[in-house]
Design a protein around this ligand. Sequence first.
Ligand code: NAD
Length: 486
Amino acid sequence: MQKLQNYINGDLIAPKAQQYLDNYEPATGEVYSLIPDSDSEDVQLAVDAAKAAFPTWSNTPLEERMLIMMRIADGIEKRMDEFVAAESKDNGKPLKLARAVDIPRAVSNFRFYASALQHFASESHAMPGVGINYTLRQAIGVVGCISPWNLPIYLFSWKIAPALAMGNTVVAKPSEVTPYTAYLLSEVCIEAGLPKGVLNIVHGLGGKVGQAIVEHPEIKAISFTGGTETGKRIAATAAPMFKKLSLELGGKNPTVVFADCDFEETVKQVVTASFANQGEICLCGSRIFIERPLYDKFKEAFVERVKALKVGDPNDADSNLGAVVSKQHKEKILSYIQLAKEEGGTVLCGGVETQDFASDNLNTRCKNGYFIQPTVIEGLHYNCRTNQEEIFGPVVTLTPFDTEEEVLMMANSVKYGLASSVWTNDLKRAHRVAEKIEAGIVWINCWLLRDLRTPFGGVKASGVGREGGWEALRFFTEAKNVCIKQ
Ligand code: NAD
């Protein structure tokens, strides 16, 4: 069986302790490769390499850095089919989604930050007749990047690219659940001529490798995307060490549908916003609030569309949903469906794993995979656990509302504040609601549309700090003010 390797100091190497973890394919439930079960010794090697590479990389001319990063983007693009297959195989998502979203976005992340680094500007402030201040934004040093399993290479590259662009050297850890595209990225970096030690990828468990990265005194900043509980642990470790922290955490996002929306388009888009990537996108809307006069009509059309979604082998071109990421995650999602029933909810469709219903589009290859039907539930109080806790799967609730004030109260009742969408043709209301929703992003009559230059991140328990555009470039620098007297 293939053994993936760590990428340290420019080489692909085995973990020092020679221990490996099983890598499962969620669509089949079978182990198909092994990943390094690395530990703090491997992290130390990576830090040593990153430290040694820092003086040269941070002083490399911008154009040269840009060209190397462009070559990495080209390298991913050239191996598109391999990346697409690996992202889908590791995560369970349909191949066509990996081809349309994950891999093109990883290419864009490198291209975007490669070009941004050449246009990045820092500030200067004149004090007329007295002096002038200018701001130096200098690379931090060795930084840590830790990412989750839902959009594996998309989110991994979203952190690594700005860190490298600003001249930092990186110790990075992908999720142990979806390591393969990060491994392919190591190969691409070698092919692209990235100098050794500039990027180091250490595979393994969060509690071992992740924790060792966060605790390491030579790693000066941590950019983390993952669950809120993990974020809390990371903050508890890193904050007393005065590390720079960017935490992109969980969500429980509201979708707010007003009666004056474009009906057909809204139903179609809200289905996508609910179930794309099996509902395993932190930005998916999982609580759908519908203005009461439209409630029954919306429910009927929505459920009809959801029932038509095909759950199937990720390799099949007609599968809309693939497998959820792991057995444990499947069980967690099913336990929330059970909880919803106990809390008085009515399951309008779905509610079971695919093995429990007659599915003719799941072939024998997938008979032991982790598939769950897209599930729609109504009749729950906005404040119950099902409506307050992150499920992170293909499960949504429908709730009617009567007034703008009421829907804002319900939308903002959760501890999270990552994303939201509002569906209306009333321009003034759209702006009013957008201003009052507690979330880092509000989509009006759309979902997942975003210019990479915009700030990205959450409020409340969805995180601190912002990624994207200049925000990420600034995060990966230390600002120093130089003041000169005239
Ligand atoms: P997770 O928190 O379990 O793991 C994320 C990463 O952290 C993994 O690489 C893991 O190995 C590592 N990790 C675990 N324990 C650690 C520790 N003690 N120290 C350092 N690293 C540690 O999250 P997950 O299950 O992989 O991902 C799902 C979660 O991610 C969901 O809550 C989802 O909402 C969130 N997410 C958020 C965003 C966002 O932009 N806000 C994007 C995608 C996913």
